[in-house]
Design a protein. Structure first.
Ligand code: PXL
Length: 263
């Protein structure tokens, strides 16, 4: 029987990020992917590719969670974009219905199509309702600064302090991704397991953000945890996998490249 990885996330219609990237990553890493859709993001080619965002109704999300978790017995789940406070509550309720070996949370905080006040409510709901359930959380620089309340973060020491503060919100394992936003030649991530800090480095590939990198990193971590890896090993594999996907990036008619694994 194949190992099953479950993802609860948004659809991103160009296919580079969101649940499309998650399910592709699961397949590439050899686990059977099951997905629940929380919202639909369709960039608008007629308006500078700005975000168009449509949430899925709460009861429809709850039905999907019921179907997925009743048909299968997933032990490891990834949480991606949720998008509204109502969705956060629906997903938190769904997660609490069973026990999990791991809940990996990619704390996708903003969507440019959303009105700022609504986005803040979603951020707060994520912090209070989802982060306490997480075993692993993978914020990028911006998300870490917001969650840790320490904007801006400009050094590895500050990245480490942010990881400690985010661990205080509940998750046992925190990976803060410096990415291209932190100065230097390397993409630096800080992993904190509640006791020890490990700094992970890989050479930066250019200095443009590549769409889907955060989704792929958290999905790869989820797949590796599903297969039985320790968190630090899962994170190391995910970083290598994401690095390869950034090198193999896919250009399109959209003004951003997307992570793409080489054949
Ligand atoms: O990469 C973050 C992200 C996650 N999930 C969805 C998205 C995006 C960015 O656009 O649309 C659905």
């Amino acid at each position: 029987m194949p190992a099953i990885s479950y993802v609860i996330a948004g659809s991103e219609a160009t296919g580079g990020a969101g649940i499309q990237a998650d399910l592709r990553t699961f397949a590439q890493l050899g686990v059977y992917g099951v997905g629940t859709i929380t919202c639909v993001v369709s960039f608008d080619p007629g308006a500078q590719w700005s975000h168009r965002f449509v949430p899925i109704a709460g009861p429809v999300i709850a039905d999907q969670i019921e179907a997925a978790t009743t048909a299968h017995a997933p032990e490891v789940v990834k949480i991606g974009m949720l998008g509204t406070p109502e969705t956060v509550t629906t997903v938190a309720d769904g997660l609490r219905r069973q026990s999990w070996r791991h809940i990996v949370v990619d704390p996708v905080l903003i969507c440019k199509g959303q009105e700022p006040g609504a986005a803040l409510d979603t951020d707060n709901a994520l912090r209070t309702e989802i982060l306490p359930l997480a075993t692993v959380v993978t914020p990028n620089l911006f998300e870490a600064a917001t969650l840790a309340g320490m904007d801006p973060i400009t050094t590895v020491d500050e990245l480490t302090e942010a990881a400690r503060r985010i661990a205080d919100l509940g998750p046992r394992h925190v990976v803060v991704k410096g990415g291209v936003g932190l100065a230097g030649d390397d993409a630096v991530d800080v992993y904190f397991d509640g006791h020890d800090v490990t700094v992970l480095r890989a050479p930066k590939v250019g200095d443009e953000r590549v769409s889907g990198a955060g989704c792929v990193f958290a999905a790869a971590t989820t797949a590796e945890l599903t297969k039985g890896a320790d968190v630090i090993d899962a994170v190391r594999t995910a970083k290598q996998f994401t690095h390869k996907g950034i090198v193999g990036r896919l250009a399109s008619n959209a003004p951003f490249d997307a992570v793409c694994q080489p054949d």
